[in-house]
Design a protein around this ligand. Structure first.
Ligand code: KG4
Ligand code: ZN
Length: 474
């Protein structure tokens, strides 16, 4: 009888270790803590007489150990175990590889019979004896399903994304209505709302995807930057899921998430410049390849989204004000004169001066008894923001000699910003991608997409992973 060793079956784990104690020492540690490690067991006469220890590395399998007890050899048990493994994974992985001593003719013969081919020789690999690397090609590539978790601020969100680019299901529970009355996000209320929502949002996401946790390959979580109490709820949920279901844990920088929202629209082309514009960030980022981030500049004070929200406050607009100002700006004219902030040759931004200029203008007009034309002020303000964002982004594109631009973050939903960038890119032959409007603001689809590339970049975490309110993008 052949079956997989169950991680909860303490007795069988112990029996395996005892029966093969000449090669297997303390397998518990590796097996219980390494979600990639698997044991296929062959049982006969009510005991384990053979096994294959293999690592399932998403799109391929590496056989680490393979043995049959002496008294049970030459009975075809090895062939049956290999056959079983090949059958079970024939259309799920690209290949199975293993390493064998060059003087072990019997094993090499068996592998050849099972259609393994010699792909390389490793000189002197086994204490002077050559090692032979063998590969068996399989039918196909396994799709990788990442469960993403986002709880950095006031959205509790779970999403399942296939291969970093295809969204399967996303659920976003927004707390905007709770925080509206306070004119901004109240951290403690946000944390409590996450705790309340988190399990329901996960359940709804799996239901929407028609999947169970067995279909999920790994869990990606935004562990910073953001509100620390909020982040911790998402992080602990991720750890709990990974611990319960033996899934790898992938940490994702929140801004990397925003950037990879573009990958759900179109595969990123490199090298590229990304303008990150959100409630907490304003940054120009250069990416030479996937998951490689070079920050060229950032805001010296307020983030652009924060500036939209504060200007909205003096105009009597509900939080978050960005979308409403955007709408108002489209029905007004540029009549008010406002300063262009940090209008220099650097890649940095500054928005607090612009914010103060708007507040002062409203105040002064009020003192003079003049009415403010809110639409005109919104247009004037948004025009200045667009001018400075486009000027610095185009400079970065020229300086770095790139032809690909992407936008990221909540403010990239802004219609005026998108229209201006579209026009500028088209007239300069620059490829551009913007995130879908619904994935400009915080969501877990972007985290799951980024998580796939973080995994490819080798960024797996263990359970000591922490959350950080401030965190560099690197
Ligand atoms: O990315 P996000 O959801 O949160 C952070 O990571 O900070 O961005 C939220 C910000 C808010 O400040 C909101 O006012 C702004 O994005 N925003 C907009 C628009 N839609 C959302 N700002 C300008 N125009 C919009 N259409
Ligand atoms: Zn965000």
């Amino acid at each position: 009888m052949i079956n997989e060793l169950d991680r909860n079956d303490v007795n069988r784990i112990q029996e395996l270790e005892n029966n093969f104690n000449y090669v297997l020492k303390d397998i518990k540690n590796d097996f219980l803590n390494n979600p990639f490690s698997h044991y296929l067991l062959f049982s006969k006469d009510k005991k384990i007489v053979g096994y294959i220890n293999y690592y399932l590395l998403y799109d391929r399998i590496e056989i680490a150990n393979f043995d049959v007890l002496k008294d049970y050899q030459n009975q075809g048990i090895g062939t049956k175990l290999l056959d079983y493994l090949i059958d079970a994974y024939s259309n799920r992985v690209n290949n199975i590889t293993l390493e064998v001593r060059c003087d072990n003719a019997k094993a090499i013969g068996l592998y050849k019979k099972m259609k393994f081919e010699i792909v390389a020789t490793r000189k002197g690999y086994y204490n002077g004896v050559d090692g032979i690397l063998m590969e068996r090609r399989m039918m196909g590539m396994k799709d990788i399903y990442v469960l993403g978790i986002e709880s950095s601020c006031d959205e509790t969100s779970f999403s399942i994304v296939k291969n970093g680019c295809e969204e399967i299901a996303t659920v976003i529970s927004s707390q905007i209505d709770i925080h509206k009355d306070f004119g901004g996000v109240v951290p403690e209320i946000a944390s409590r709302a996450h705790v309340k929502n988190v399990t329901f949002v996960l359940e709804e996401c799996l239901r929407k995807a028609k999947m169970t946790m067995d279909d999920i390959d790994m869990v990606a979580v935004a562990n910073g930057p953001g509100l620390i109490g909020s982040l911790l709820v998402g992080l602990e949920s991720a750890k709990t899921i990974c611990w319960l279901y033996h899934k790898p844990l992938i940490p994702v920088h929140h801004i990397a998430g925003h950037i990879y929202a573009n990958n759900l629209v179109k595969r990123l082309s490199f090298p590229l410049i990304c303008l990150v514009i959100s409630g907490g960030h304003t940054e120009l980022v250069y990416m030479e390849k996937d998951y490689s981030f070079e920050k060229l500049g950032s805001t010296l004070d307020d983030a652009v989204g924060e500036c939209f929200d504060k200007v909205g406050k003096v105009l009597g607009v509900d939080y978050p004000a960005g979308p409403t100002i955007d709408k108002m700006a489209h029905s007004g004219s540029h009549t008010y004169s406002l300063p262009i902030p940090l209008n220099d040759d650097s890649y940095n931004f500054s928005f607090s001066g612009l914010k103060s200029a708007v507040i002062n203008l409203v105040h002064n007009e009020k003192m003079r008894g003049n009415a403010i034309n809110k639409e005109d002020l919104a247009t004037s303000f948004q025009d200045v923001v667009i001018d400075v964002l486009t000027k610095k982004t185009l400079k970065a594109i020229n300086d770095k000699n790139v032809h690909n631009l992407i936008l990221a973050g909540g403010v990239s939903a802004n219609k005026g910003i998108r229209e201006r960038f579209e026009y500028l890119c088209q007239s300069r032959n620059i490829n551009y991608t913007f995130p879908e409007i619904k994935y400009c603001t915080d969501n877990a689809a972007m985290v799951a997409a980024a998580g796939y590339y973080a995994y490819l970049d080798g960024r797996k975490a263990d359970f000591s992973l922490n959350a950080y309110s401030n965190m560099e993008l690197k």
